[in-house]
Design a protein around this ligand. Structure first.
Ligand code: ZN
Ligand code: FE
Length: 263
């Protein structure tokens, strides 16, 4: 378990299954203990024991099993409340509190924002607590989620929403895919110095069995090939290099996303 202190809470990171991350958000000034995307229950129960606290809430970013499989077992063990997207409520096991952008969860004085981020699934949401972004399978270290349900335009818009967050925001995504994503990124953006530096840095972390996550929004904006289309200069250069007729962000993003699917 790795822990990161923010001003009003601490985030604890658990590595489970092959490459999933589960996060526990421990409030400093209340008994609130939230788990984000519990792929499995057992590791969360052990972590709660270690922290000496009871789980109060489950947050789900989307319905996939590797984000919700622990829901019912945790609810049974802790009598906690399950929080998920209102417009995807039918697919969130045990949902108690249905949230949307206008009605984020209201929990013990925490500053929580919900952002709709359709693309990977249509009902995908992200939770923002101060400078911590919990984005599930929307934004990854060096990449973004596959488009299982949404369109490239939806995903690009979702990524654009997230990109508007402060550069110092910490990116707590749900999978450790960073090195593979960055290897792909190099094929897209070979002359990007920030990217090459990041690869060295993240490779060193993995060699020491450390996570590459959280990253920061500033790092993602500079190196993530799924966010680079938000920069016009990048689009121009990319379109030229790949002989695309158009160089708008959607054309470029769609091309990169498709290439990643077949990489
Ligand atoms: Zn997923
Ligand atoms: Fe996932």
């Amino acid at each position: 378990m790795w822990s990161y202190r923010h001003q009003s809470f601490t985030v604890h990171q658990l590595a489970v299954l092959r490459d999933n991350y589960i996060y526990l958000i421990e409030a400093h000034k209340s008994d609130t203990l939230i788990v984000v995307d519990p792929a499995v229950a057992v590791d969360v129960k052990i972590a709660c024991k270690t922290l000496g606290k009871k789980l109060t809430h489950v947050f789900n970013t989307h319905h996939h099993w590797d984000h919700t499989d622990g829901n019912l077992s945790l609810k049974q063990a802790f009598d906690c409340l399950i929080v998920g997207a209102q417009h995807d409520a039918k697919r969130i096991p045990g949902i108690d509190i249905k949230v949307n952008e206008q009605q984020p969860p209201d929990i013990a004085g925490l500053n929580i924002q919900v952002i709709d981020v359709p693309g990977h699934t249509l009902g995908h949401i992200a939770f923002v607590l101060d400078d911590a972004l919990f984005c599930g399978d929307t934004l990854f270290g060096g990449g973004c989620g596959r488009l299982f349900e949404g369109t490239p335009a939806q995903m690009l818009h979702s990524l654009d929403q997230l990109a508007a967050l402060d550069g110092n925001s910490k990116i707590y995504c749900a999978h450790e895919y960073t090195l593979a994503n960055l290897a792909f990124a190099q094929t897209i953006d070979p002359d990007n110095n920030a990217l090459n530096k990041r690869i060295q840095n993240d490779q060193a972390r993995r060699q020491q069995q450390q996570p590459t996550i959280p990253s920061s929004m500033a790092v993602e904006l500079a190196t993530n090939p799924m966010l680079r289309p938000l920069h016009n200069d990048f689009c121009l250069a990319y379109a030229k290099r790949n002989q695309l007729e158009k160089h708008d962000a959607l054309t470029v993003f769609s091309d990169i996303r498709l290439k990643k699917d077949h990489w």
